[in-house]
Design a protein. Structure first.
Length: 113
C-alpha cells in the first residue's frame, strides 16, 4: 500500500450523502452513527434540534460581533473593535466545536474511552 493509497483511504468520507438531498448536507447536525446509533428516535431529534439551535445562536452572535467591528471602525473606537473581534472569534470557534461534536463523540466512543 502506497502513501497515496493511505491518504486517499484516510480522507474518503465514511458517511456519504443520500442522493444529493438537503438531508445529506446536514448529516453533521444529525448524527446517527457510533454512540448516537443506540439513542432512540425522539432523543436523536432533540439532540439535532439543540445542536441546530446552538449553531444558529452562535452565528447570530458572530453577526453581532461583525456589527461591533463595523461600528467601532467607523467611530475609531478601539474598545468596540476589540469586543467585536472577541465575539466574532469566540462564536465561530464555538460553532465549529458544536458542529463537530458528533464526530468527537464518535472518535472517543470508537477508542473505547
Amino acid at each position: 500500500m502506497t502513501l497515496k493509497d493511505l491518504f486517499l483511504a484516510a480522507t474518503e468520507p465514511t458517511v456519504k450523502p443520500s442522493g444529493g438531498t438537503v438531508d445529506g448536507l446536514v448529516t453533521g447536525l444529525a448524527p446517527d452513527w457510533g454512540p448516537f446509533a443506540s439513542v432512540g428516535g425522539t432523543a436523536r431529534t432533540v439532540i439535532q434540534a439543540i445542536m441546530a439551535a446552538v449553531i444558529l445562536i452562535l452565528l447570530g452572535r458572530a453577526l453581532i460581533g461583525v456589527i461591533h467591528l463595523k461600528v467601532g471602525n467607523s467611530q475609531h473606537d478601539t474598545v468596540q473593535v476589540k469586543q467585536g473581534q472577541k465575539e466574532l472569534a469566540g462564536s465561530l470557534v464555538a460553532a465549529f466545536i458544536v458542529a463537530s461534536v458528533g464526530t468527537l463523540f464518535t472518535i472517543v466512543y470508537g477508542m473505547g474511552i
